[in-house]
Write a protein that binds this ligand. Sequence first.
Ligand code: FE
Length: 337
Amino acid sequence: MLRNYFDYYFTVIFCCVTLFGTNVVHAEQIVVFSARIEQLIKPVFDVFTKDTGILVKFVTDKEGALLARLKTEGKNTLADMLITSDAGNLWEAAREGLLKEVQSETLEKNIPDYLRDPQRQWFGFSVRARTIVYNTQKVKSSDLSTYEDLADPKWRGRLCLRTSKKIYNQSLVAMMIAEHGEVKTEQIIKGWVHNLAIDPLSDDTKAMEFVAAGKCDVTLVNTYYYGRLIEKNSALPLAIFWPNQTSTGVHVNISGAGIIKNTRNERAAIKLLEFLSSKKAQHLFADLNMEYPANPEIKPDPIVSAWGNFKHNQMNVAITGELQTTAVKLMDRAGYR
Ligand code: FE
């Protein structure tokens, strides 16, 4: 990843093509800081470069490290775009003044309101649904209904959860606070904690493995982790349930991007954002990670479609950033570690 960045410096200095000994042409290129891993972005960038001739250099790292670096580099940054896998992080980048407002009819047409920043500083390109996964040998789908119902005493000793330290759960709780207020949400989270079969787990996959092994009966995960696990072992007694279908809908988050305020390549960066919302890129961006396209015109991958249709919670995903600190404090008070 560092190599890519230094390559960029090298290329900026030396990337000139001398034509007939007189004209000097700079190849257009942009630099992307990405919290999405290389396997999920490089194939998309390759198609973009093929279609437009614009080269894409990228650096991958954790969200926190990328944000810290953008803040330190300030006006000197060579980054043109930031990609993250949660709206909360993009919201934070915008709050820190690191992103730039983008006016684009293409983006406004292709990406629904609730999946982009009302201030136009970031846009979602894939949808990640955080839903219930249950053990099919121990639970009937008719026993399940809502996220809130998992606080009911009937689930005592039957729930597994990923740690509250992960932003995915902070975003889910932030959305619940927006819907129910802090008092009711705290009661619900306390109910979850009471119902835990074991201490919170480090990741979604582990939580599902415990459910499959019968150590607990239900958990909450992003569906692409379910897809990956079932791809490896289709015999696992696990199934997806879509909660809150008669009320608010399933909690969704985004993987998305914004343009860096100090970009020197705004035109090319906007082109890449618009490309990411297009049919061709949407298929790649979402399908590579078994996520849902953000552009509603595009159908999900057949494996993902087979999990069934569901109603999204259409509250703007910016709420996950706005209420993140409140959510973290609330989870702490409720004893959710
Ligand atoms: Fe993830």
